[in-house]
Design a protein around this ligand. Structure first.
Ligand code: FAD
Length: 393
């Protein structure tokens, strides 16, 4: 470890590596410290191993924060197009999957390799398996005590991420450091996480386990239209992960199955064409069969269509459009993709991520109270906030 550098970055994840690249490109001497064995471990496992590295639609509206304006400046200064340009310079193949989500053709490891090459080219040095013991403010910067010795720096960038997936080295380090410097923290909670159900409801829905259906999932005014998955623990799939960031204990969520279908019209037409059919048979043409069966049994709809009034058909339709479920909880940090809350953005300059009251100290990435939707938005925030801090540190 060098005794002194211009910039120390703690955390060799998405945000930290990007910040190190930018600071190094400006001619600053940079040391990146991380306690893990390998850099970018979350990048490696992201997007099912293909890394959903950005979203072409990324904008402030795709982020949760107690200050929704905070992310604007950084996101505008480093856009998805800027990241794509870097990916193309490194000849990494990519494709758009759905809803603007961009993935690597081959492997998420290509993104890690790209960032490491850029760091090397920028002269930023990486020190893995380095435990941080203490950080203190000095007259002209900071002194960081590590398991490999002490290092002094002018600027300190904290990029240690959130609490999600503790098994992979996530710690509350950034929060503790923020507290040490007197910054406010916003309550953290697991987000982009599967939701669990009460044992009784779980048992009732057990026959649906493993089944996916297209759904519009609502919580208050927020809604997401994506796949919904019934699991042996509760509810998952992209639509549920999205809504989990908004859901709170005690709240219900509303499911609307196959939202583009006009079930009332379909049921009336089926009744006219063949009144002897069962509701289950008709619904089974548009919903997974097991779901159609569960649904008709639950609502006691065994009679043939001809015996059901318009009002009953409207009731079936309404129930399919407004299926209220009260989740019991979430699977927690063990499986959460991100952490909501964190370092209060009030404390930071939105252009540089610098702590207003502590010149030279920066917080970036997931540690900050900016949390993206599912779909490449979280990495885009990591790149953008890393870029902002790297240009300033
Ligand atoms: P991290 O990437 O978590 O990096 C933090 C670094 O700090 C780590 O290297 C860690 O070892 C180090 N560190 C932590 N504590 C300490 C300490 N005390 N001392 C020293 N070092 C420390 N987002 C997307 O946009 N697209 C996806 O496809 C996607 N897929 C995901 C899949 C999974 C399974 C998970 C868990 C998350 C996924 N995310 C995805 C979210 C994304 O990974 C994070 O938002 C992003 O990695 C945050 O970047 P970061 O640099 O702030 O933190």
């Amino acid at each position: 470890l060098d005794k002194r550098v211009d910039v120390v970055v703690i955390g060799a994840g998405a945000a930290g590596m990007m910040a190190a690249i930018r600071a190094g490109q400006r001619g600053r001497s940079v040391a990146v410290l991380d306690h893990a064995k390998a850099p970018g471990e979350k990048i490696r496992i992201s997007g099912g191993g293909r890394c959903n590295f950005t979203n072409v639609n990324a904008g402030p509206k795709n982020y949760l924060s107690s200050n929704p304006h905070f992310a604007k400046s950084a996101l505008a200064r480093f856009t998805p197009a800027d990241f794509i340009a870097m990916v193309e310079r490194h000849r990494i193949g990519w494709h758009e999957k759905t809803l603007g989500q961009l993935f690597c053709d081959d492997s998420a490891k290509d993104i890690i390799r790209m960032l490491l090459e850029e760091m090397r080219a920028a002269g930023a040095k990486l020190h893995m398996q380095t435990d941080i013991r203490a950080v203190e403010k000095t007259l002209d910067g900071f002194r960081v005590e590590t398991s490999e010795g002490a290092i002094a720096c002018q600027s300190l960038i904290v990029a240690t991420g959130g609490k999600s997936i503790p098994k992979m080295g996530a710690t509350g380090f950034a929060y503790r450091l923020a507290e040490q410097f007197g910054l406010a923290l916003l309550e953290t909670r697991p987000a982009l996480v599967p939701l669990t159900l009460e044992p009784g409801l779980l048992e009732e829905l057990a026959p649906l386990s493993g089944m996916a259906v297209d759904a519009l999932v609502r919580h208050g005014k927020t809604e997401f239209r994506e796949a919904l998955l019934f699991t042996h623990r509760g509810l998952s799939g992209p639509a549920i992960l999205q809504i989990s960031s908004y859901w709170r204990e005690g709240d219900a969520i509303t499911l609307s199955l196959q939202p583009e279908l006009d079930f009332l019209d379909l049921l009336k037409t089926a009744r006219r064409d063949n009144g002897r059919q069962a509701v289950q048979t008709v619904l089974g043409q548009y919903l997974p069969k097991r779901l159609a069966q569960y649904w008709t049994e639950r609502h006691g709809l065994e009679k043939p269509l001809a015996d059901l009034s318009d009002k009953v058909l409207a009731g079936i339709t309404d129930a399919l459009r407004n299926w209220q479920i009260k989740p019991a909880g979430s699977e927690g940090y063990r499986t959460a993709e991100v952490t909501l809350g964190g370092v209060d953005t009030q404390a930071l300059d939105s252009k540089t991520m610098q702590v207003k009251t502590v010149p030279g100290l920066y917080f970036i990435g997931e540690a900050v109270d900016v949390t993206g939707w599912l779909g490449g938005y979280n990495f885009q925030w990591a790149w953008a906030s890393g870029h902002a801090a790297g240009l300033a540190a």
